[in-house]
Design a protein around this ligand. Structure first.
Ligand code: SDX
Length: 431
């Protein structure tokens, strides 16, 4: 932030108040309202945080008008094309691209933390077999604080580092176990001789009855999907992790809170909802009917995978995923996938419709991801768990940044109270 010499003048009831202003390295200037209540007795009002910067950060920058997404300054399309997920994890966690030695050491540390405590297996058995994998992940990740006591003291930098590596390393294992449990197949242990994305695919799709060779096309597509979902500034689940962590709660409990928030259909749950919507539409000739439903104020139906709080132009991740969908489905020999045809036609029709143009609604990250994941063999119930596996590094990076800030304070918003003012209790005989 620049110096505090610039101010904004707020005039209330004829009285002027000077509020400091800061300029970022990119994006809008901010007005510092931290002393507003003390100075004026006033609150600001911003449910949904449409105009509120909740923190300062150096991790991810989004320009919604340009459709730009940078991780530590590097554009997402370059990272998706030239990097790989664990290198992006290093970049998000430590701020710079690693040297070959640093990358080898980081990958080794993650690889050697992929197994979970053997006793945790019994947690899965407490769930019904038809439990949603996100329900299982929320429970099992929260329970990690009962198994990894030696990395729950957030005031200890070394314990924060260990918890970070453990979370990134173990999430694929937990997600794969949740999947295996719901389909009644035995758990598959991670291996140390294959890469992160291949390990996840193998833990999901291998069975003891035969050898499993990871298809390099699928592992590259999996790795790219992990890269594209890794972090996204102060979205709802990241803000949940930050707020939970601001009380000093242990990192595992806070990541479990992030998983719970991500599950919502307006957020990370949209990838599952989008594929179910495409399946319900079923064919190109039914698209106009659904476009009208999406525009009808009296109809709660929304085009899942469309719209975004920040992006008012393209979501750059959707652009990369659309290209990947074409590549992966062609390489897998399913390029005539009817859902892909419906998705492409739906995008074309919506982007030429006055309602969507006026409201600046474009495909977001969840619009094409489900088509790729389904072609790779995942059921829709695994789409959001895969989003959670990837976003764990974003949650952890933002958590480390906040917890490591000596200025950190517990998050405690106020309210615009519209309820009853003080009144006396009425005995039941008199009601
Ligand atoms: C993610 O924040 C992030 O960064 C999230 C994310 C990440 O990486 O962390 O990018 C991941 O969550 C992507 C978004 C996935 N969600 C969906 O695809 C669900 C469908 N989209 C919507 O529910 C909605 O667009 C949101 C939730 C994504 C954004 O909602 P906003 O910013 O609160 O906007 P809004 O609901 O106020 O909508 C503005 C207008 C409204 O019309 P009016 O009331 O002004 O008349 O646009 C309309 C909405 O009705 N609208 C839609 C629509 N999305 C918004 N109309 C039809 N279909 C849609 N999808």
């Amino acid at each position: 932030m620049d110096d505090e010499s610039r101010t904004a003048t707020l005039t209330v009831n004829g009285q002027e108040h000077e509020l400091p202003m800061y300029s970022p390295s990119a994006g809008p200037d901010v007005i510092d309202i931290r002393k507003l209540y003390a100075q004026t007795g006033l609150f600001t009002y911003d449910p949904g945080f449409t105009s509120t910067a909740s923190c300062d950060s150096t991790i991810t920058f989004i320009d919604g008008n340009k459709g730009e997404l940078l991780h530590r300054g590097y554009p997402i399309d370059q990272l998706a094309a030239k990097s790989h997920f664990l290198e992006v994890c290093y970049l998000l966690l430590y701020g710079e691209l690693p040297s070959p030695t640093e990358l080898e050491d980081f990958e080794s540390r993650v690889t050697n933390h992929t197994m979970i405590h053997e006793q945790m297996m019994y947690l899965f058995r407490g769930f019904r077999r038809d439990a949603h994998p996100m329900a299982i992940m929320t429970g099992v990740v929260g329970a990690m604080s009962a198994f990894y006591h030696d990395s729950t003291d957030v005031s200890d930098a070394w314990q924060r580092e260990v918890a970070s590596i453990r979370m990134i390393a173990k999430m694929p294992t937990i997600a794969a176990m949740a999947y295996k449990y719901t389909i009644g197949q035995p758990f598959v242990y991670p291996r140390n001789d294959i890469d992160y994305a291949s390990n996840f695919l193998r833990m999901c799709f291998a069975v003891p009855a035969e050898d499993y060779e990871v298809n390099p096309i699928l592992s590259r597509a999996m790795d790219r999907i992990f890269t594209l979902h890794a972090d996204h500034e102060q979205n709802a689940s990241t803000s949940t992790v930050r707020l939970a962590s601001s009380s000093g709660a242990n990192p595992f409990a806070c990541i479990a809170a992030g998983i719970a928030c991500l599950w919502g259909p307006s957020h990370g749950g949209a990838n599952q909802a989008c594929l179910e919507m495409l399946r319900e539409i079923g064919s190109v000739d039914r698209i106009p009917e659904y476009i009208e439903k999406a525009k009808d104020k009296d109809d709660p139906f929304r085009l899942m995978g469309f719209g975004h709080r920040v992006y008012k132009n393209t979501d750059p991740r959707a652009t990369v995923l659309k290209q990947s969908a074409d590549e992966v489905l062609e390489l897998l020999g399913v390029e005539n996938n009817p859902l892909l045809q419906v998705a492409k036609e739906l995008e074309k029709v919506a982007l030429n419709d006055a309602y969507f143009i006026e409201k600046k609604l474009f495909p977001n990250v969840d619009f094409y991801s489900g088509i790729i994941l389904e072609a790779m063999g995942f059921p829709t119930s695994m789409f959001t768990p895969i989003f959670a596996v990837s976003r764990t590094v974003g949650w952890i990076s933002q958590w480390k940044e906040m917890i490591g800030d000596p200025q950190m304070k517990i998050g405690r918003p106020r309210q615009l109270y519209l309820g009853a003012t003080e009144r006396d209790y009425v005995d039941i005989e008199k009601r």
